[in-house]
Ligand binder design. Structure first.
Ligand code: 5GP
Ligand code: MG
Length: 185
């Protein structure tokens, strides 16, 4: 797996420092407000689990899954699943946590859906932000890092289901996303 990474963009140490900073911002924002972290699966599972352990105030945890069809490096139609129960959304302050804010379609749709289902307040927190790729007007309330417009993997981010378990964030070698899935190591 490591040999498929052309360049490391964020090391484990850098990631730790970025998460400490974001966790402090989130903690300040919700210091006197009960809230629920909603982890957007699958990509945010690594980030969300590190993030919540650095937030030393009460919070609840819920999950929603967002998948866009297609195995390439661009996204297609969005499929939302496993919404939190009504009681976990209605009247609640939600913090949507996602791996990367790219075109903005996933998060803007999710924020709208949560409001539609009765959330009191919806904020968002992303591990990575790629502002150059934005297709809909959307800004996250918190973000750990900004990245240039290139396809990244690791720390929860996948290519065709793989590489989520890399402990750092890296850019994939071009050969890796141009070769068929069956050739993947
Ligand atoms: P958006 O709806 O903002 O376009 O896309 C968000 C989703 O697209 C992310 O949650 C992620 O699954 C996928 N995505 C966007 N850019 C990248 C990237 O550079 N690497 C990976 N692995 N996934 C990405
Ligand atoms: Mg993904």
């Amino acid at each position: 797996m490591h040999q498929d990474v052309e360049r490391i963009l964020f090391t484990e140490d850098q990631i730790r420092a970025g998460i400490d900073r974001v966790a402090a911002e989130v903690t300040r924002t919700y210091s006197s407000t009960p809230f629920t972290v909603v982890s957007v699966l699958k990509g945010s599972c690594v980030f969300a689990s590190d993030l919540i352990r650095r937030i030393p105030i009460p919070l609840e945890l819920a999950f929603v899954s967002a998948a866009s069809y297609g195995e390439g490096t661009t996204s297609g139609a969005l499929q939302l699943n496993f919404f939190p129960a009504e009681s976990e959304i209605q009247g609640r302050n939600l913090l949507l946590v996602d791996d990367i804010l790219d075109t903005g379609k996933t998060l803007s749709r999710l924020v709208g859906e949560m409001h539609r289902r009765g959330a009191r307040d919806v904020k968002s927190c992303v591990f990575l932000d790629k502002p150059a790729r934005r297709a809909v007007a959307f800004q996250s309330d918190f973000r750990a890092f900004e990245v240039d417009d290139l396809f990244v993997v690791g720390y929860g981010l996948d290519f065709a289901g793989h590489y989520r378990n890399l402990p750092y964030v890296g850019a994939l070698r071009k050969e890796c996303y141009e070769r068929p899935r069956s050739a993947m190591r």
